[in-house]
Design a protein around this ligand. Structure first.
Ligand SMILES: Cc1cc2nc3c(=O)[nH]c(=O)nc-3n(C[C@H](O)[C@H](O)[C@H](O)COP(=O)(O)OP(=O)(O)OC[C@H]3O[C@@H](n4cnc5c(N)ncnc54)[C@H](O)[C@@H]3O)c2cc1C
Length: 282
């Protein structure tokens, strides 16, 4: 059940970079820390968070500070002149350690690097990052989690790199009885290493983008899988769930491919994680 915006449990956490690590050619892990993260909801899976990037000097406008509720920080953010408004991006809280006051941000550095990718490449210990995520004390700890398999024991997960952190969180949440078919699109196959070790019971296909636009290889692979298995998983009802994420303009193709095989749209989550169109704002 979606939480109305006015009841959003998200607050701004004023976090500090503890360190960064290059996980693979395309991924940088930024470990964030702050005592306030003791209250960060450790729900993981594909939990969506927002990050607000600091200005060139590493700071933020006065109205934006840790502890503000989502309604408050968004109002303050919108009220700023466009040139002073921190750049905002969506990321995944797939590894949260409230007991150690830490969370990891796994950033896929795409080419050309946008502001968030650049920030992750240049981040170093002591830098501040404002993160909006769910505060346990405000209820609704699953806010921002889209993965809702209910009783499904057969699942299809399809993603490009931007959603590998979410796929990692989802895979780690699956019960022993669940079999996942995982379809990944990569520029460099070694970036799929983020998802290791994968339980042997899951089936994983890795497809290289080659010279094609982001999302195209994924759509082809999902369509192929659905031609082979779509009609049979459609009969599973609540026993099947799909989570399909890639570039925004490819999302309708993924949705149409599942509908064409008779799969109940309620068993399918599709989402655009990035856009091939250059941004015009923030
Ligand atoms: C719910 C949610 C969760 C997400 N979680 C993560 C996460 O955990 N880790 C992660 O790395 N990303 C994640 N993303 C994706 C991330 O928000 C985008 O990739 C974002 O655009 C990166 O910001 P940027 O400032 O680096 O680049 P932008 O300024 O947004 O983009 C700059 C240019 O690069 C292009 N571009 C943007 N992304 C890509 C890409 N992936 N490949 C090729 N070209 C691209 C844009 O079209 C634009 O022209 C998530 C997105 C959503 C919606």
């Amino acid at each position: 059940m979606p939480v109305p915006f006015l009841q959003s449990p998200n607050v701004l956490f004023d976090t500090v970079v503890q360190g960064t690590r290059r996980l693979s050619p395309g991924f940088v892990r930024v470990t964030l820390g702050d005592p306030s993260l003791a209250d960060f909801a450790p729900y993981e899976q594909d939990q969506r968070i927002k990050i607000l990037l600091p200005d060139g000097l590493g700071g933020y406008p006065g109205g934006l500070r840790g502890g503000l509720a989502e309604q408050e920080w968004r109002r303050a953010w919108r009220a700023l002149p466009a040139a002073e408004r921190p750049v905002m991006r969506s990321y995944t809280a797939h590894r949260v350690r409230p007991g150690r006051h830490e969370l990891d941000l796994d950033v896929f550095v795409h080419e050309p690097a946008g502001p968030a990718s650049r920030w992750a490449l240049e981040a170093s210990a002591g830098d501040h990052l404002l993160v909006s995520g769910p505060d346990l004390r405000r209820g609704h700890p699953t806010h921002g989690v889209q993965w809702a398999p209910e009783t499904a024991t057969t699942v299809l997960l399809a993603a490009d790199e931007t959603a590998f952190p979410a796929v990692d969180g989802i895979l780690r949440s699956l019960g022993e009885e669940v079999r996942a078919h995982v379809i990944l699109e990569v520029g460099d196959p070694s970036d799929a290493a983020l998802l290791q070790p994968l339980a042997a019971r899951h089936r994983v296909e890795v497809h290289e983008r080659g010279g094609r636009s982001g999302g195209d290889a994924l759509v082809d692979a999902v369509e192929r899988w659905l031609r082979a298995h779509g009609s049979s998983v459609a009969t599973l009802g609540l026993g099947f769930a799909a989570w399909l994420v890639t570039e925004s303009t490819r999302v309708p193709l993924l949705r149409a491919a599942t509908i064409a095989r008779g799969i109940d749209p309620a068993r399918v989550h599709t989402q655009g994680y990035w856009s091939a169109r250059p941004r015009t704002t923030d």
